[in-house]
Write a protein that binds this ligand. Structure first.
Ligand SMILES: Cc1cc2nc3c(=O)[nH]c(=O)nc-3n(C[C@H](O)[C@H](O)[C@H](O)COP(=O)(O)OP(=O)(O)OC[C@H]3O[C@@H](n4cnc5c(N)ncnc54)[C@H](O)[C@@H]3O)c2cc1C
Length: 188
C-alpha cells in the first residue's frame, strides 16, 4: 500500500502497524517492463536505535499466539514452556505487561501495539480491554483463561475457561499432549 502524507510542522512521527489490514490477493502475473534506476538514498531518515533482540516476523508467522496478561507474574513464564513447545506458539502480551519490561514492546498486541491473525489466540489472565482486543480480532479462534467470570474477555472469545491460569495451563498441557492446538478448539 502506498500513501502520500504531507506533514506540517517540525515533529514528524510515522507509526507502521503490521498485520492490521487483510492480505490482498495477488494479481495475475503479467510481464511488466523493468527499469533499473540509479537512486541515491536521501539523508532524510536516520536510524537512531534498533532492537535486534526481537524477531518481528515471528508473531506474524505464528499459527498459535499465547497472550499474557498482568495476571501472569513474569517469574512464572517458564510454566508455559510445555504448552508453547507443544503448540509451537509465540508469546505476546498486553500493554500492562510490556510496560513492565517483562516482554519486549514488539510483543504487545493492541491499538498501540501489533495486530495478529493466528489460527488460535490463547489469552491467559488478560482482562479483555478494547485496547487489547483490536490487536487479536482477526484470530480465527480466541480462547480465554481468567478466574473472574465477569472479565470482559469472555464476551469476545469463542471458548472461555473460568479458572486459575496455572490450573488451566496444566490441564491443557496434559490433555493436549498428542493433539495440535487447532484440533483442541476446533469450530465448525
Ligand atoms: C492510550 C492507551 C493505549 C493502550 N494500548 C494498549 C494496547 O495496545 N494493548 C493493550 O493490551 N493494552 C493497551 N492499553 C491498556 C489497556 O487499556 C488495558 O489496561 C490493558 O490491556 C489491561 O491489561 P491486562 O488485561 O494484562 O491487565 P488487567 O486489566 O489488570 O487484567 C488482568 C486480568 O488477569 C486476571 N487474573 C489475575 N490473576 C489470575 C489468575 N491467577 N488466573 C486467571 N486470571 C487471573 C484478572 O481477573 C484480570 O482480568 C492502552 C491504554 C491506553 C490508555
Amino acid at each position: 500500500m502506498l500513501a502520500d502524507i504531507t506533514a506540517h510542522g517540525q515533529v514528524r512521527i510515522a507509526i507502521v502497524q503490521t498485520g492490521s489490514l487483510p492480505l490482498p490477493t495477488a494479481r495475475p502475473r503479467s510481464s511488466l517492463p523493468v527499469r533499473v534506476l540509479d537512486v541515491v538514498a536521501e539523508a532524510g531518515i536516520r536510524i537512531l536505535r534498533t532492537h535486534p533482540a526481537y524477531d518481528h516476523d515471528a508473531l506474524d508467522r505464528a499459527d498459535v499466539v499465547i497472550g499474557l496478561g498482568a495476571g501472569v507474574p513474569a517469574d512464572a513464564y517458564g510454566e508455559l514452556d510445555g504448552l508453547r513447545g507443544q503448540w509451537g506458539a509465540e508469546l505476546a502480551a498486553t500493554r500492562k505487561v510490556t510496560d513492565t519490561g517483562a516482554l519486549a514492546h514488539g510483543r504487545q498486541l493492541g491499538v498501540t501495539g501489533r495486530s495478529v491473525a493466528p489460527r488460535l489466540y490463547l489469552a491467559i489472565a488478560v482482562s479483555g480491554s478494547r485496547d487489547h482486543l483490536v490487536g487479536v480480532e482477526r484470530a480465527r479462534t480466541i480462547v480465554a483463561i481468567n478466574h473472574d467470570p465477569e472479565a470482559p474477555i469472555f464476551q469476545h472469545c469463542d471458548f472461555g475457561l473460568v479458572a486459575d491460569w496455572r490450573e488451566a495451563v496444566r490441564a491443557l498441557t496434559t490433555r493436549g499432549a498428542s493433539r495440535p492446538a487447532g484440533d483442541m478448539f476446533a469450530r465448525s
